[in-house]
Design a protein around this ligand. Structure first.
Ligand SMILES: Cc1cc2nc3c(=O)[nH]c(=O)nc-3n(C[C@H](O)[C@H](O)[C@H](O)COP(=O)(O)OP(=O)(O)OC[C@H]3O[C@@H](n4cnc5c(N)ncnc54)[C@H](O)[C@@H]3O)c2cc1C
Length: 432
């Protein structure tokens, strides 16, 4: 790495680049790669190691089928019922946190049909654009990430829950998302991994899956191969503008660039606070939504498609290299403990549905903070009021699924090119 130092004892000053990307998760790395593709020189500053945040142990499903936002008619009634069940898929730790309660109120206000459908259309646009780009990225950058055009199957054991899914299926159909309804007995004949008692299955053939840690590693390798630089263990503390570009103050010295992109996932409100950048917007808009996963060696007969165990909201993904159960949405701030009850709930759910619910060897128990916005749409575009500062965050439950189109939108915006899709629904100004 090229470095220029001022005086002994002074902070190291690093050579200026076109774009500094803060955050080396799936969003920061994909954006950096797309930016290098437009001829920009790029440096990624990552507080830990690449992919150490939410991008590491997530379920790796690529799901346009999840286009409809969490804030839906009926969500509040369901959430209140879940509040009485300690290991339910949603948990809100009771505590005095005005920012969280304000966020929940804004979320609640959106649980109506009009907002649900409107946000669904904007989510579908970025998810479908991303899904279309992904195979091309996998091939162009030779991303060795166990990508497969697998579809996903939502498994229902309760006929009433299946009937209750009809409204969602109708809305997804309107958004152009294909699905097939499969009778439980018929499905069972082709999928011996499931226990008896399946009421029905909804298959989304347009979905896909990959192994997220390998995807992140592939993006990082491709970025370095293309001339990008990644600086790990480099936490950003502040940014200032001296009229000659942006100066980013970090644990490894001072970095300069013409543009800075913040791709700091769930940490974005905290960083914005310390930078005094768009802090009210990000504090209002985002909360960390904690999720858990357990990774095992591959069982002898895993399910052939990634599954969503619908009544338990647990995702099951099998790759040639392993097997993962993941899920739960916990609003407990930046609490970084592993909650045993919630991890056990994953295995309990798997036992209800699967003949072989866990793999032969448990490799990892993990949590990640999803960057949740209350309207369930990402934030992509300029920091309001700052010409050369950019945001790519708030991807919630779908950052891997949205990564390629987000990257393309970021690169188009910074390069001043016609955008891939209409960027307006993702601008931060909507929260101002
Ligand atoms: C259990 C679970 C399952 C999931 N399953 C799926 C799925 O199947 N499909 C899907 O599409 N999505 C899924 N997600 C969501 C997905 O993981 C996230 O949306 C995505 O990883 C967000 O990526 P990111 O790059 O924005 O954030 P992160 O991966 O969290 O990256 C942010 C990075 O910024 C760094 N950083 C923060 N502050 C600073 C600073 N001051 N200076 C420098 N660096 C900093 C952090 O260290 C971190 O590496 C799941 C999430 C969870 C928790």
């Amino acid at each position: 790495m090229h470095k220029e130092s001022a005086e002994p004892g002074a902070a190291q000053v690093h050579r200026s680049v076109d774009v500094l990307v803060v955050g080396g998760g799936v969003i920061g790395l994909a954006s950096a790669l797309a930016l290098v593709g437009t001829g920009r020189s790029v440096r990624v500053l990552e507080a830990g190691t690449v992919g150490c945040g939410a991008s590491h142990g997530n379920c790796g499903t690529i799901t346009p089928s999840h286009a409809l936002p969490l804030a839906a008619p009926g969500t509040i009634a369901r959430a209140l019922r879940w509040m009485l069940t300690p290991d339910a898929p949603l948990y809100i730790r009771p505590r005095l946190d005005p920012a969280l309660w304000a966020w929940l109120l804004r979320f609640t206000a959106r649980c109506n049909r009009r907002d649900w459908l409107q946000a669904g259309a904007s989510k579908a646009a970025i998810l479908q654009a991303s899904r279309a780009l992904l195979p091309e990225w996998v091939s162009r950058y030779q991303l060795d990430c166990e990508f497969a055009e697998s579809g996903t199957d939502h498994v229902f054991r309760d006929p009433d829950a299946l009937a209750g899914f009809e409204q969602e299926l109708h809305a997804l159909h309107e958004l152009g998302i294909a699905f097939e309804l499969i009778d439980g007995n018929e499905y069972h004949r082709g999928e011996p991994a499931l226990r008896e008692g399946v009421a029905g299955v909804v298959r989304f053939p347009g979905d896909a899956r990959l192994r997220p840690d390998r995807y992140v590693a592939g993006l990082a390798r491709a970025l370095r191969d293309a001339g990008g630089v990644i600086v790990e263990h480099c936490e950003v503390h502040a940014v200032s503008n001296d009229g000659d570009g942006q100066r980013v103050h970090a644990s490894q010295g001072e970095f300069r660039a013409r543009d800075v992109l913040f791709a700091t996932g769930a940490w974005s409100p905290r960083l914005a606070d310390s930078l005094r950048l768009a802090a009210p917007v990000l504090r209002r808009a985002m909360q960390p939504g904690k999720g858990y996963s357990i990774t095992y060696d591959r069982p002898s007969s895993p399910p052939r498609h990634p599954l969503v165990l619908h009544e338990r909201s647990v995702c099951v993904t099998a790759w040639p290299s392993g097997f993962r159960l993941g899920s739960t949405m916990e609003f407990s701030g930046y609490d970084d403990s592993l909650n045993r009850r919630r991890l056990d709930a994953l295995e309990r759910a798997a036992r209800e549905y699967l003949c072989e619910p866990v793999g032969p060897v448990k490799r990892e128990e993990w949590f990640g903070w999803r960057p949740m916005t209350f309207d369930d749409l990402p934030i992509i575009g300029r920091v309001p009021g700052h010409r050369n500062l950019w945001l790519a965050t708030g991807h919630g439950m779908l950052g891997v699924s949205m990564s390629t189109a987000t990257a393309q939108l970021v690169a188009d915006s910074i390069a001043g090119r016609a955008p891939l899709i209409d960027p307006a629904p993702y601008h931060a100004e909507r929260f101002a």
